[in-house]
Design a protein around this ligand. Sequence first.
Ligand code: ADP
Length: 519
Amino acid sequence: MSVVLPPNVSEKDFQKALAAFAGVVGRQWVLATDEDRDSYMDIYAPGDADQHIPSAAVGPSSAEEIQAIVRIANEYKVPLWPISRGKNLGYGAAAPRMTGTVVLDLGRMKRIIDVNERFGYCLIEPGVGFFDLFDYLQQNKIRLWMSIPANAWGSVVGNALERGYGYTPYGDNTSHICGMEVVLANGEMVRTGTGAMSNSPCWQLFKYGYGPSWDQLFCQSNFGVVTKMGLWLMPEPEATLGLDMQLPNPDDVGWAIDALQPLRLNGVLLQNPSIGNSLRFVASATQRSQWYQGEGALPDDVLAEILKKSGFGWWNISLRLYGYDEVNQVHARIVKDAFAPHTKQEFKVSEWHRGDSIENSGAGVPSVNPLQIINWRGGRGGHIGFSPTLPAKGDLVLKQFHSTKKRYEEIGVDYYGSFTLFDRYTTNVNMMIYDRDDAALTRKVRDLFKVLVADAAKEGYSEYRTHISYMDDVARTFDFNDHALLRLNERLKDALDPNGILAPGKQGIWPKAYRASQA
Ligand code: ADP
């Protein structure tokens, strides 16, 4: 058995720390064999898994155990990487940013502590998965809907902390967080918002509390370990109405964004629709070799043939209206009127009413089927995504789309993109699918990623979330006043976590212990 050590920690001290962790959680929940470590590596890594090797993992069952672990970690200066379920596929999965970090796996903490139908919220622990919460709501006939991301294998808390999103009106999960319990780097436990009053009935109702509001400071950060989260859930609507259309031309995405954004802003559209290119659908049902065996990016004429045979459009739009049936009907007419000047096509309409099967409701039913896309190139597949945000404006969207597609073609990766429309901005998810055993292809993907970060930065765009390998690159693009924001984050980090034990390097925030050697 080999040993991987955190930087600047002797093997003797590391073994002492592991023994002390075992004293807290029990020996079976300290995982430090080669096989254990392998299971916490980035299973989708684009050829760089060896940059993020955990030294061990430890699995507490309660917030009190986390407090004890954090205190031991301070004593031995052993860094910890908290994960909720570790299914952060495409962003590093369960692996830590820095080799030698111990993964703090909260997957055993799976309590659904409270669900309140009247006020539309849940209070849950980090190990609760989307499937768990969905089953709980269904089994208890609770008329609340969750918002579920494409890969529903992960944790509700983990996804909201990372600003993942789904496609219902509550799709922007992070903005629906209301109240957290957090273990800080010194082992102290805090509750945010009105949870800071020990008898508050408003912890999951009123976000702000009094004074500075902290929930968002624990999102995409390394300032604490979140042990409970309040999350608002959406009341089941009376009806939903789906509007689907397939757009035949690459440039159709421009006018579609311009037609939809005002309706998203004024509330006709309450959800964040995604406009995706066909590869998204084709790759989940077929493999590339069925269509094309050549090198380089999939040529446009092959794509045209695929579209003809599969029936998909160049872009595919799926809109969904939620609420009262009569209102949905009026809103559907408004959406159709907005599209009429641009296309002769009609929307495909689907309707759902309370009492019908939830499958076609637009409620979001957990699934892992979208992960099928990783089989596109064959072999042991993987994907990463470069996802900048930009103003939701047709001309800017087209410029971004064309420059990105050109980069895919120059470097030789199949273009796979989508634009998710929020009220004022759009998130442009650019997926790169590879066979992890194809070293040449994974190198191309790594090159492409770096080029896309640099291109986007020139336009003033940056990612909403990124893979552990690119956290520093993306952090560096936030350059105003010589990176003043990064310095602020570092000052906060040093004040809260002087020994640098929580998630060193996450989002480019390095504690002072590693700043010189790693950043
Ligand atoms: P999921 O299983 O939903 O994909 P993960 O558990 O992999 O999510 O979490 C994604 C990332 O979010 C982790 O790598 C970590 O940086 C952060 N994170 C997750 N859970 C917590 C938590 N409870 N406290 C602090 N950070 C967390």
